[in-house]
Design a protein around this ligand. Structure first.
Ligand code: SF4
Length: 330
């Protein structure tokens, strides 16, 4: 196993997968970029010269075609199974894991007052979900894990764009226990299921979650404000990406038609990395059909409103604000 700070991955698998291609490139999430040269050198020592792709790597969704490369090695993301045969060039996913002792969950027990618990998590912690389930069951909890979605590699795995493994068991549980770091996923989990969420962060060995309803509220206020700012918009830019797991061209075309039906103007904009640069375009409002996090996470980066498809429906009067849901890709 090779170590990347706290995480480890199977270096023999890396070598095996690298040998499947002749013109191989390496792709890493931002957090692993400081290890790029060491990994390239490791592969070089095994007789392979590999090119680094210095481009975004936000998930197993985040791949575009590359001429002159016949295999991509991606360290740090878990594959989206439904794209396995579609990635061009083919991608070998080398997952990283963060190993932790499930007995650390002892800390969580005082926060789980009710007995029916749903488990959810993210890579690189999700592989431990079964042993977490056993730990809780041995302490008298009834534990549920939702089946993986087509975008997830593991049962119980949630993505920022797909909470369906949790939603599918929400009616059975009182509380969700989320295993992972960050607050975006727990907020989405709370909003998608309506259930309280307790967070166990294995990296910090900490328990949290009490602030999730307030954070979700803040996001809702921001979203309401973004829709209100788009109230007078006449010129809409519908953002579409080529990224294989975020590309929603049919949806983009449908949104364009819906805007036009209201007598306003709409055009498709192909863009792979959505940044503040959109503010320079002479549109009044953008609707992102790419990663749902673009509109939500980065909302303060844009001067012009960037809405999700659901928010456009609200703006156009096709959906009530009370029926607001997070945009998801299934
Ligand atoms: S949340 Fe965005 S980056 Fe993450 S898997 Fe979904 S589409 Fe990809």
């Amino acid at each position: 196993m090779m170590k990347l700070t706290y995480y480890e991955f199977d270096e023999e698998k890396l070598v095996r997968e690298a040998r499947k291609g002749k013109k191989v490139a390496l792709k890493l999430p931002e957090g692993f970029m400081p290890h790029a040269e060491s990994i390239l050198h490791f592969l070089h020592q095994h007789g392979m010269d590999v090119t680094l792709l210095a481009e975004s790597c936000y998930g197993a969704c985040d791949f575009v075609t590359h001429d002159g490369i016949d295999r991509i090695l991606c360290i740090g993301e878990a594959e989206m199974p439904y794209l396995r045969k579609i990635y061009r060039p083919p991608v070998s996913f080398i997952e990283v894991r963060y190993e932790f002792d499930e007995r650390l969950l002892e800390k969580v027990l005082p926060h789980l007052s009710e007995k029916k618990v749903g488990l959810a998590g993210i890579a690189p912690f999700i592989h431990a979900i079964s042993k977490c389930k056993i730990f809780l069951e041995e302490r008298g909890y009834e534990v549920f894990i939702g089946k993986r979605s087509r975008r997830g590699a593991y049962d119980g795995q949630v993505l920022g764009c797909d909470f369906s493994p949790a939603s599918s068991i929400a009616h059975l549980v009182d509380t969700f226990l989320f295993i992972g770091d960050g607050t975006f996923h727990p907020i989405g989990l709370h909003m998608a299921t309506g259930k309280p969420v307790v967070i166990f962060n294995p990296l910090e060995r900490s328990v949290g979650g009490s602030d999730i309803p307030a954070l979700a509220d803040r996001i809702m206020r921001q979203r309401y404000a973004a829709i209100a700012r788009a109230g007078d918009a006449e010129r809409f830019g519908i953002l579409v990406t080529e990224k294989i797991g975020q590309r929603r061209m049919q949806l983009a075309k449908k949104l364009k038609r819906e805007v036009e039906k209201k007598g306003k103007r709409a055009y498709l904009i192909m863009v792979n990395n959505i940044t503040e640069a959109v503010d320079y375009l002479d549109f009044d409002c953008f609707v992102s059909t790419a990663c749902p996090r673009v509109a939500i996470d980065d909302t303060l980066r844009y001067k012009k409103p960037v809405l999700t498809p659901v928010e456009l429906e609200i703006l156009l009067g096709e959906r009530e604000w009370t029926q607001y849901v997070f945009d998801q890709i299934f």
